[in-house]
Design a binder for this molecule. Structure first.
Ligand code: SF4
Length: 239
């Protein structure tokens, strides 16, 4: 692990542009930094910056097997547009194997367990076995109260890595201004009432006035998949 004074880096990078933060990551970490994208609008902005500036940052996505067809189409579109490869990281079990082990449509009965199997454990494997020192995320502080305290650079004790959040200070409008100004490909579902897009079974459209993430796990009392903020079930497991 490279020696970086995380608190000093976080302070000095606060307020810097996302590109400056990505360039800092490339300068200090070289190819030992990876970006896990879920193809949200924010992720598309970061892929645009990484791709256009030829930054040596690894790219991957957690392919749960139940993403929207529109998301799979966007994945290919981004690869073609920027000449990059976005690796697919798969769960240990196929959907059929998961149905045999846990019963069908686990996401309707135990979404925390489903996210653990199809997102959290694959992410852990991808981050801890790939020789990385840091991972980049597309989270923004204003998205949820749980994300409000995120720093530009912070230790991620869960994975033993640095976590770099280039967009933490950006607003929703900042993201879309960048997308329109740079003609960045984005998920067409955003134009159909889906500001936040995850797996197809767990994502619904929102109505005006709702929180932008209100369509995620609607009615399930769940707000996070456990990748950035612990779910209540994960929190209970902590000593
Ligand atoms: S978002 Fe839904 S389908 Fe996707 S991994 Fe989580 S519970 Fe399963």
């Amino acid at each position: 692990m490279i020696a970086i004074d995380v608190a000093t880096a976080a302070r000095s990078l606060e307020g810097e542009s996302p590109l400056s933060i990505l360039e800092w990551a490339s300068k200090h970490l070289g190819s030992r930094v990876t970006f896990a994208t879920g193809f949200g609008a924010e992720g598309c902005v970061l892929i645009d910056l990484i791709g256009r500036n030829r930054l040596p940052i690894d790219l991957f996505t957690l392919d749960t097997g139940v993403l929207f067809p529109e998301t799979y189409a966007l994945w290919r579109q981004l690869e073609t547009r920027y000449g990059v490869t976005i690796r697919a990281v798969l769960p240990e079990q196929t959907l059929e194997q998961q149905a045999e082990t846990h019963g069908p449509t686990l996401w309707t009965r135990d979404p925390d367990r489903c996210c653990e199997q199809r997102k959290v454990l694959p992410l852990r494997r991808a981050l801890t076995s790939g020789g990385f020192d840091a991972w980049i995320t597309a989270i923004r502080r204003e998205q949820t109260p749980e994300r409000a305290d995120a720093k530009v650079v912070e230790p991620d004790h869960k994975f033993g890595l640095l976590k770099i959040n280039p967009l933490v200070t950006w607003t929703h409008d900042d993201v879309w201004a960048h997308i329109y100004a740079n003609d960045v490909p984005y998920n067409v579902l955003h134009e159909r009432g889906y500001p936040s897009i995850g797996c197809q079974p767990c994502t619904s459209a929102i109505v005006p006035g709702e929180n932008l993430r209100a369509g995620r796990w609607r009615g399930a009392g769940k707000k996070e998949c456990g990748l950035h903020v612990a779910t209540p079930a994960q929190a209970k497991e902590k000593p």
